[in-house]
Design a binder for this molecule. Structure first.
Ligand code: GUN
Ligand code: ZN
Length: 427
C-alpha cells in the first residue's frame, strides 16, 4: 500500500549558502509518494494522483510538507531541567545538570524521561536527534529502546566522565571503554540506531579516558564521535590549565585520536585559526546551538564566516542548556545570533540547516533531512498560520519565504500539524 501525501512541498537540491534560493524547490500543490518507509516520488499533486490511482491519499491542503527536523546535539537526560535560572556553564553543570543526570542510574526513571523526551520532540516536528545520555549504560538502553518503538533514526552514546564530576557520576577510562564498546556492539546499526562515542568534554575526562575513547573510535571508524568544544571563555581557560601542553582546546582531542571525519563538536564559538583550519581539513562537523548559547551566555557562533570557509555545520537545540525543544525556535535563535554578527540568514538557509545541514553533519544526508526518491520517509507537516499573530503576518506574504518566515520566528509545536516517521503517521 502506498501513501500519497498532498500539500505544499519544500525540498532542496543544493546548499542555499552556496546556491541561494535556487537550491530550494517549492511545489505549491505538490505531493510525496511513500511506500515501505521510503519516499518513492515527489512532484505535482495532479501528476502523482494520475500515476498512482490506488494510493491512499492524505491531503494537508495549504500546509507545508517538509523533511522532518534533525536535531544534531541534545542531552535527553536534561529534559526536566530545561529553563533552569541564572547560571553560566560550569555552575549550571554543577547546580542543575549533574544532580539530574545522577538520577539516571535508575532505569525506570531513564525510561520515563526518554519517553517524555520523544513525545516532546516529535510534537515539535523533530524526527531525528543525536543525543548525549549519562554515564549510566541504562540511560543509553532507555534512549535507544524508546526510539526503536517509534522507528526513529537516532544517534546517541554513553557520556563518559572520569574527573571533575561528583561521586556517583564518574566512570573510569577502562569502564568507559568497556561500557561504550558493549553498547556500541548492541546498538550501532540496530534498526535505525547509530552509536556515538561520547566523551563529554575534556575538563571531565582524564588524558587516559580521552585516549581510550580515541582507541574505541579508531576500532570503529564508521561511528560518529561527539563532544563539546570552546563554548565559554571560562571553560577554555580551565581547559588550558588542565592541559598545559596542549596547543589549544581542539588539541586536547586531536592528540588522543578524537579529531576526524565523523567528529561532531558542539558550540565551537571561540575557535582559534588553527582549530578552524584543522576541523575544515578533516571535514569534521560543528554543531550550532543558538538557544543554548544565548541562554547560558556563551557567545555568538560565526555561522557566516564558518560556512563561507566551507565548514560542515549542523543545527541543534542542546536541550536542556538550550531553552527549547523546537527546531523552529532554534532557527529563530540562529537568525538572531547571526543578525548580531551582521548577517541576516535567509529562511531557506535556516530551513536547510534544520534538515539537510544537520543530516549532513551526521553524515546521513543520503538517508534523512530532505524529500527525494529513495530517502527515508520522515516528514513534518507545518501549518503556516498556526496562531493569530502568525496568520495575520503570513496573510500578506507574496512568496513562500515570506509565508514561512513568521512561522520560523514565532512558531512552536502548534505549527506542527502532523509527523510521519519511516512512512507512518505518528501524531
Ligand atoms: N559542556 C559539557 N557538558 C555540557 C552540557 O551538558 N551542556 C552544555 N551546554 N555544555 C556542556
Ligand atoms: Zn551539549
Amino acid at each position: 500500500m502506498s501513501d500519497l501525501i498532498l500539500g505544499q512541498v519544500l525540498y532542496f537540491t543544493a546548499d542555499p549558502f552556496d546556491n541561494g534560493v535556487d537550491a530550494a524547490r517549492h511545489i505549491r500543490r505538490g505531493g510525496v509518494l511513500v511506500e515501505g518507509g521510503h519516499i518513492m516520488a515527489v512532484g505535482e499533486a495532479d501528476d502523482l494522483r494520475a500515476a498512482h490511482p490506488t494510493a491512499r491519499i492524505t491531503d494537508y491542503g495549504q500546509d507545508l510538507i517538509s523533511a522532518g527536523f534533525v536535531d544534531a546535539h541534545a542531552h535527553y537526560p536534561q529534559t526536566a531541567i530545561i529553563a533552569s535560572w541564572g547560571k553560566r556553564l560550569i555552575d549550571w553543570l554543577n547546580s542543575y545538570t549533574f544532580p539530574e543526570e545522577m538520577r539516571f542510574s535508575n532505569k525506570a526513571y531513564a525510561q520515563q524521561v526518554a519517553k517524555r523526551y520523544f513525545d516532546l520532540t516529535i510534537s515539535n516536528g523533530t524526527t531525528s536527534v543525536c543525543s548525549y545520555c549519562t554515564i549510566h549504560p541504562e540511560s543509553v538502553d532507555a534512549f535507544f529502546q524508546a526510539a526503536a518503538t517509534r522507528n526513529q533514526r537516532v544517534w546517541a552514546g554513553k557520556t563518559c566522565m572520569d574527573r571533575n564530576a561528583p561521586d556517583g557520576l564518574r566512570d573510569t577510562a577502562q569502564s568507559a571503554f568497556d561500557d561504550s564498546a558493549r553498547l556500541l556492539a548492541t546498538w550501532h546499526g540496530t534498526g535505525r540506531a547509530g552509536y556515538v562515542i561520547t566523551p563529554r568534554f575534556s575538563p571531565t575526562s582524564t588524558e587516559d579516558q580521552l585516549a581510550a575513547m580515541g582507541a574505541l573510535w579508531s576500532a570503529n571508524p564508521d561511528c560518529l564521535m561527539q563532544t563539546h568544544l570552546s563554548e565559554q571563555t571560562d571553560e577554555i581557560a580551565w581547559v588550558k590549565s588542565l592541559f598545559p601542553t596542549a596547543r589549544d582546546y581542539l588539541d586536547t582531542y586531536e592528540r588522543h585520536g578524537l579529531l576526524g571525519k565523523g567528529a561532531l563538536y558542539g558550540h565551537a564559538i571561540w575557535l582559534e585559526d588553527r582549530e578552524k583550519a584543522r576541523i575544515k581539513e578533516v571535514d569534521a562537523a560543528l554543531i550550532h546551538c543558538p538557544t543554548s548559547n544565548t541562554f547560558i551566555g556563551s557567545g555568538l557562533f560565526d555561522m557566516a564566516g564558518l560556512k563561507a570557509s566551507g565548514h560542515r555545520i549542523g543545527l541543534a537545540t542542546d536541550t536542556g542548556g538550550g531553552s527549547s525543544f523546537s527546531m523552529l525556535r532554534t532557527m529563530a535563535s540562529a537568525y538572531e545570533v547571526a543578525q548580531l554578527r551582521g548577517r541576516a540568514l535567509h529562511p531557506a538557509e535556516l530551513w536547510w540547516l534544520a534538515t539537510q545541514g544537520s543530516a549532513r553533519a551526521l553524515r546521513a544526508d543520503h538517508l534523512i533531512g530532505n524529500i527525494a526518491p529513495g530517502m527515508e520517509a520522515d516528514l513534518t507537516i507545518v501549518n503556516l498560520s498556526s496562531t493569530p499573530a502568525i496568520a495575520q503576518a503570513t496573510a500578506r506574504a507574496e512568496s513562500l519565504w515570506q509565508a514561512l518566515f513568521p512561522t520560523i520566528m514565532m512558531g512552536d509545536d502548534r505549527a506542527i500539524r502532523d509527523v510521519w516517521v519511516a512512512g507512518q503517521r505518528v501524531i
